[in-house]
Design a protein around this ligand. Sequence first.
Ligand code: DX5
Ligand code: ZN
Length: 220
Amino acid sequence: SNQPILAPSILAADYTRLGAEIAKCDQADIKWLHCDIMDGHFVPNISYGPAVVAAASRSTSAFIDVHLMIENPDDYIQAFVDAGADQITVHQEACPHLHRTIQTIHSHDISAGVAINPATSLHVLEPVLNDIELALVMSVNPGFGGQSFINTTYNRLQHLRDMREQYNANFYIEVDGGVNPDNIQKVTHAGADVLVAGSAVFKAPNIPKRINELRKRAQS
Ligand code: DX5
Ligand code: ZN
């Protein structure tokens, strides 16, 4: 939690030129790239699958941060590992056997994250806080890019940071949805270590410039 990490989400990128879009992120030396997988069941939208993650992974040396907004994520862990995922985050709401799912992710020698929706209590994370590398606090209802940040997220980030301390745990706190230049400072102050940004990055007229601006504001 020293230097916040900015993780551009390619959900908002121009897919006709994905490699060039990712290259613009690399010009600003991004450390993480966020990939949003939606199945039309867990969330009301379909995005893309392992083939696009594999293409993204081939085009950058950034850490590939895969966010699975899908039912039965266990069935797809191998496919996303093969696609180059460095970390797989599953939704608590989609995992009746969350502890086992985390073990399965770890068995592939990659990092495991758990995401929770805006209406899910943070307490559901308590049993696994010492088993995960990342907790993802959704700041929109997942399914679409370009939504506005839900303001109750600030308190949730602070609360989760307190829980991390109580549990002597070591995971990153990631926030996802509606992060922009106007709120990013408040979001990092509330406790986020990793900031996902889709539209704020890829809809900007100058992508590397916007990434640098977001990072600068996040650190201030
Ligand atoms: C939301 C996705 C987000 C999304 C963020 O369902 O999980 O990662 O791409 O997009 P913006 O930054 O546009 O809200
Ligand atoms: Zn996401």
